[in-house]
Each structure stands twice: as structure tokens, then as C-alpha cells.
Design a protein around this ligand. Sequence first.
Ligand code: SF4
Ligand code: SF4
Length: 289
Amino acid sequence: MAITTRLSLTDQLPLTCSRSGSCCFGKQVYINPWELACLATAKELTPVEFRDRYCELGGIRLRFDGEASFKGMPACSQYISGFGCSVHSNRPLVCRLYPLGRQKQNDTQHYMFQGNEFPCLKDCPEVLDLPELSVSDYITGQAAGEFELVQDEYLEVMQNLADAAFVLLLESGLAQSGDRKTLNLWQEMGRETPELLAARIGKDWMDRLMLPELTDFTDEPESFPKRHYELLITEAEKFISSLETLSDYSRASVLMMALALHLGRSLGAAPSELSAHWIATAKENGACI
Ligand code: SF4
Ligand code: SF4
């Protein structure tokens, strides 16, 4: 597990950005479906157009295919040389928080940074000459509140999708039949590359996961993920109503778990840890691997 430095809200750190833009090069920026819709709005594109031009892995990650000018590393697709971030007012949570990250478990959350050394010092040591800020003031200044709210709502959507996978495994007779294939596939998906997982999910379900027809609700961050979940569960119920054999239930359980894992990755979670946790829970409830 990667080393992180846990922070309290009153910690004072060199958080006044030098605005060199160095952290817009050579990074991985994952986005959730609402952030994709917000980014599309900023670019005056539809979410489909934004995804196809600027994202990879079915829409969960921004492409870093811009001109390489910082230590030979490619720029984010949203970075404009000599200008900076072209979507600054709609930038995703991970960019708002950088160099900090946020970990949320149940009802508690904390901020942290990766490693032992403050990340900006590697590329922007000049931040030591700028005013320090408390973690609390920094987060407030980044207007991260509604982005955190949406992130937390999508964590619930992720859990609900995983719960659907559990129901299909445990309440269909599949687990009781001695089936091992389903949990083995849950395990395999936790380890496989995001490209393979996206391919396994397939275009139609990837579109449902990342491109909900909710562009009228982009300005309503508190309801967007809930409405999105309703759309997803409506489609899932249609799909589940057509299932007949135990093999069909296994396939559906794997699909729901694949959606949960892919969404989890878009939220910054590690699919390998998620799948290990959910497999342990399934085993406690009688499923086999
Ligand atoms: S690395 Fe830190 S100081 Fe440098 S541009 Fe990024 S946030 Fe600002
Ligand atoms: S979205 Fe903007 S702030 Fe974030 S990495 Fe890309 S250019 Fe930088």
C-alpha cells in the first residue's frame, strides 16, 4: 500500500500554488460522470463529444496527450500552453485538491498527500517562498464542496451496484449451486487493466455508466448522481428480468460487479482492494471461490 501523510484541517502547509502548471503534466486524472458532464459544458460540447475527444477508458480518465514541455511529460488534454487549464472553473475534484488527496470511509474523511514529502516540492520548490495556508482554508478556496458531495454520492452508487451483484449471486440460487466461476471473475476483474475491464463491460453499459442523459441536471450536483442511479437501476432491472438460467445470473452478477469496480476506479478507489473486500463478504455469506 502506498505511503500517505495524513493531515488535519489546521495543518499549515506551503499550499499557495506557484502556478507553474507542472502538475498538469504526466499525471492521471480520473473523473466521475458528473465531472465529465461539467467538463463538456465548459468546452461547449456534448458529453459524448467530450469523452470521444478528451477521455480514455470509456470516459473515466482525461487523456494526457498534449504537447510535452515539462520534463518531457505530456500535458493534460485540457492544458493550453501559455494559458493554463482551459476548464479551470469546471476542473475536476482531483485537480482542485492537488497536491492533497481525500480519503472517505463511512462517515469520516480526512485529507492527506502521497508519500512523506510535500508533493509540490519536487517540481515547484519555490512554494516555500510563498505564504502557507491551513488545509481548511485551502479546501475552501478551491470550491471543492459540491465536487466532494458528488464524489460521495457516486461512492454510494458504486456500493449499490456491488449490492446488485451480491443479490444476483446470493439470492438466485447461484451461490447455493456451488458456483465458483462468478467469484473467480470478480477476482480477475479486480486485477485486470482498466482497458480490459472497460472492454468487458461493453459499449452500451459504458455509455450508461459515463454518459447518463442528464445534461439538464448538470447544475444540480446534489441530485445528478441519484438520478443517474435511477437510470442505471431501471436498465439493470430490465436486463435482470430477462434472466433464466444460473449461467445468466452469473453473467449479470459479473456485469454489475464490473460496473462497480470501474466506477470505483473513477472515484480513486483501487479495484483490487474493492474486489478483495467484496469477495471476502460473499464468502462469509456462503459463496465459493
Ligand atoms: S505542483 Fe503544486 S505549486 Fe506546482 S503548479 Fe502544481 S499545485 Fe501549484
Ligand atoms: S483538468 Fe485542468 S487542472 Fe486538471 S490536469 Fe487538466 S489542465 Fe490541469
